[in-house]
Design a protein around this ligand. Structure first.
Ligand code: HEM
Length: 322
């Protein structure tokens, strides 16, 4: 009887272990010891040639994690009977998929069938940001890849640029992220670009009467109008004009000056906690607490809804299920 009980306990422990929702830094230490170097070297080749890919890769990771967790569903292609997340409207401006594919190819050469695309994306985003002299954060590993990617889930899970502060806080809270995470991670907008179409309503037709958002600096509205026509869908502008390739504290001074590009940026002035963070980080360019805060929040974001244990699969090619 005692033996039976013991084997039952062992079996239960085995089940619990195989489904455990934990990631670990040494997850691939035996199955792919060269992983970190392979990912970092391959990413560096791309970033060296085109530093503007760093913001694209950071955003790719964010859009993966917010839609059903960091499980690589953003990387899957649509099929004849399914529109994948990649093809949903908010994701059509995503870039950098070729970097993930190239890194996966290199990793597969060294450790076939071992490393998930979700882990590769998390590592590439971190490496790309740190390679442009941005913050570095630890990436616990062990994510597995989903077998599904549903376009409509992107629409319901990604915060759009016109969200107000209440909606933004609720969106982040639904992913287990705090108000502080919201303001810190929005600081990711210190790098990268936006299409005009993401904010033209704000500068041309805010309330449907041909007006601009009164919370945006009117001089900035004028500047933006010179670059973006009302129906422009192709032009891109830097979100942190002049230093959109540098990961710095500029985002917070921009928002403070009412020059944040999206309503979601401006909205951060409408809450005591987010506004306080903006005020205190907009003065000192050498204040590195933003970097350590960003690192902490990225680790949290990177663990949203992960698949572990025996859930999902390890995709062989990131854009298709096995
Ligand atoms: C708080 C809610 C957020 C909203 C509403 C938002 C919205 C947007 C929009 C509309 C764009 C421009 C897309 C385009 O037109 O090309 C963009 C770009 C970007 N976002 Fe966000 N975002 C948010 C949070 C985040 C977070 C949490 C991160 C990362 C930690 C992030 C990183 C980026 C980056 C790096 C870009 C530039 C991408 C590139 O250069 O290709 N965003 N975001």
């Amino acid at each position: 009887m005692a033996v039976l009980k013991l084997s039952m306990v062992c079996f239960l422990l085995f089940i619990l272990h195989s489904n455990a929702q934990t990631l670990s830094l040494d997850f691939y230490s035996k199955t792919c010891p060269s992983l970190a170097k392979t990912v970092s070297d391959t990413t560096a080749r791309f970033i060296y040639a085109a530093p503007s890919l760093a913001p694209a890769l950071l955003r790719l990771h964010f859009h993966d994690c917010f839609v059903d967790g960091c499980e690589g569903s953003i990387l899957l292609n649509s099929t004849s009977n399914n529109t994948a997340e990649k093809d949903a409207i908010p994701n059509r401006s995503l870039r950098g998929f070729q970097v993930i594919d190239a890194v996966k190819l290199e990793v597969e050469k060294k450790c076939p069938g071992q490393v998930s695309c979700a882990d590769i994306l998390a590592l590439v985003a971190r490496d790309a940001v740190s390679q442009i002299k941005g913050p570095f954060w630890k990436v616990p590993l062990g994510r597995r890849d989903s077998r599904v990617s549903i376009g409509s889930r992107a629409l319901t899970n990604l915060p759009p640029p016109f969200f107000n502060i209440t909606q933004l806080i609720a969106s982040f809270a639904s992913k287990g992220l705090s108000v502080k995470d919201l303001v810190v991670l929005s600081g990711g907008h210190t790098i990268g670009v936006s299409h005009c179409s993401s904010f033209t309503t704000r500068i041309y037709n805010f309330t449907g009467r041909g007006d601009a958002d009164p919370t945006m600096d009117p001089n900035y509205v004028t500047e933006l109008k010179k670059v973006c026509g009302p129906t422009d869908t192709t032009t891109i502008v830097q979100m942190d004009p002049g230093s959109s390739k540098d990961f710095d504290n500029d985002y917070f001074s921009i928002v403070k000056k009412r020059r944040g590009l999206f309503q979601s940026d401006a909205a951060l002035l409408n809450n005591a906690e987010t506004s306080k963070y903006i005020q205190s980080h907009s003065f000192n360019q050498f204040d590195k607490t933003f970097f350590s805060d960003f690192a902490e929040s990225m680790q949290k974001m990177g663990s949203i809804g992960v698949l572990t244990g025996t859930a999902g699969e390890i995709r062989r090619v990131c854009s298709v299920v096995n």
